[in-house]
Write a protein that binds this ligand. Sequence first.
Ligand code: AMP
Length: 221
Amino acid sequence: MRCVLIGLPGSGKGTQAAAIAKKFGIAHISTGDIMRAAMKSGSELGVRARKAVESGELVSDDIVIGLVDNRVREPDCRRGFVLDGFPRTAEQAVALRDARIRIDYVIELDVPERDVMERMSGRRVHSGSGRVYHVKFCPPRVPDTDDVTGEPLVQRADDREDVIRVRIGAYNARTLPIISNYVEWERSGDPAAPRFIKMDGRGSTAQVCERLFTVLSAVAA
Ligand code: AMP
């Protein structure tokens, strides 16, 4: 299975992509995670991506396209993959199509803007382990403190409210239009076109996950 998850930042793409990857035994490719890991390691990619990531803008297409093109050819992608956060622009979608990287399903996780704002602005992480909390939905036992190590939690630079607004703006301007392109491509009857699935992304992680598995198991059967 090869699928793409599209949705606003904070719509749950990362969590659901990880669940899909585990259930179907396929690779999880998150371009956001790749950027963050590169920034942490101080690699050339990290240095080039940092400014855009921390301000909520998109990293340039040529950087991201080259990276994904290489990644999907790695051995762990032979059984399939779930792309989380790519494509995010019309250019990236065209590059995927031109590279003849066949995609079976494009899934849009639909969550209202006010919900993603609440989800993201309340998120806190423990940098050492990557453990994620939420001030309202999943609070640590002691405020702002990691349950396991007792170390302080931090807010990701791009989870600040002003940056979230920029990220939502980038999604509406650059990513939303590619959804209609996928819908039109499917309608054209081209056998290479992925199937487009719009999914209600509201509710708990478990509820959304169950919804997704039900649909994917049915269409992939
Ligand atoms: P995410 O965790 O998927 O929201 O990604 C975090 C940040 O990484 C984004 O706000 C962008 O700056 C950058 N990024 C991730 N994926 C892409 C992409 N496909 N194109 C451009 N920038 C990206």
